[in-house]
Ligand binder design. Structure first.
Ligand SMILES: NC(=O)c1ccc[n+]([C@@H]2O[C@H](COP(=O)([O-])OP(=O)(O)OC[C@H]3O[C@@H](n4cnc5c(N)ncnc54)[C@H](OP(=O)(O)O)[C@@H]3O)[C@@H](O)[C@H]2O)c1
Length: 247
């Protein structure tokens, strides 16, 4: 995939899926600004790895749920890199609990990061992509947006909201030749699922047709494709990468 000369902004690049996406975009030629919130050392190390590939890279600390901070960050990235071509909204969190025990704090936290965070970044780049008449946006949702999951009403609602956001923005920015898509992972082996009971992981693994959980790279390869000109006629789509877990 030829992303030479493109500048990408990847949220949540310090861990898991975001790290794999940042590295794969760079491997395919892009310069990458990656965001982190808590894992500064990890984010710095990824930026160094990208620089070692001969690309430009920068790690940026941000809370994606802060509208003003996001606007400033997008402006800074454009000032430093000269332009922006790709936005990957990957940062996310979960804070599970059954609905009869879910607190307002749990609900708000997940909606603020997973849904509002995605809105914040899209809102910041939309005028720029519209003006330059090009751009790629990929949002990371989840198969649980489409089927629900016990104990994840906040997360499933945020990720389902992300799908509605993706399709709407695809329509709104289509005339400006901006592609807007979502990828929906099944269970992927990252820090996010570390605290999940082993029994639940086994159940999810058994749901896949391969009897195998996904790796962060499985998501990254699709994201890179969607950010390339080879995917120029794909927009408003939600593509599952789940080893058949959903079917
Ligand atoms: N793993 C799975 O099974 C799975 C399945 C479906 C969908 N997904 C989605 O895939 C995406 C990546 O998940 P992952 O498994 O790679 O998760 P992860 O390993 O927990 O990494 C999450 C990333 O998001 C960042 N982040 C979290 N809250 C943030 C905030 N308020 N502001 C800024 N950054 C924040 C983290 O930054 P710091 O750590 O530096 O704070 C980290 O880089 C998420 O959107 C997740 O919902 C994951």
């Amino acid at each position: 995939m030829d992303l030479e000369g493109k500048v990408a902004l990847v949220t949540g690049g310090s861990l898991g899926i975001g790290t794999a996406i940042s590295l794969d975009l760079a491997q395919n030629g892009a310069d990458v600004a990656l965001t982190y919130r808590r894992h500064e050392e990890e984010a710095k190390a990824i930026a160094e790895q990208i620089k070692a590939m001969g690309r430009r890279a920068k790690e940026c600390k941000i809370d994606v749920s802060d509208f003003g901070e996001v606007q400033n960050l997008v402006n800074q990235v454009i000032e430093e890199f000269g332009h922006l071509d790709i936005l990957v909204n990957n940062a996310g969190m979960n804070w599970d609990g059954v609905i009869w025990k879910m607190t307002e704090e749990q609900w708000d936290a997940v909606i603020s990061v997973d849904l509002k965070g995605t809105f914040n970044f899209i809102r910041a780049v939309a005028p720029i992509f519209k003006e330059q008449k090009s751009g790629k946006i990929v949002n990371v949702t989840s198969i649980n947006a489409m089927r629900g999951r016990f104990g994840q009403s906040n997360y499933a609602a945020a990720k389902a909201g992300t799908i509605g956001l993706t399709k709407t923005v695809a329509k709104e920015l289509g005339r400006s030749r901006v592609n807007v898509n979502a990828v929906a992972p099944g269970l992927i082996e990252t820090d996010m699922i570390k605290s999940m009971p082993e029994e639940n992981k086994q159940k999810s693994r058994a749901e896949t047709v391969f009897d195998c959980l996904g790796q962060p790279e499985d998501i990254a390869y699709l994201v890179t494709f969607l950010c390339s000109e080879k995917a120029k006629h794909i927009t408003g789509e939600v593509i599952k990468v789940d080893g058949g877990q959903y079917i």
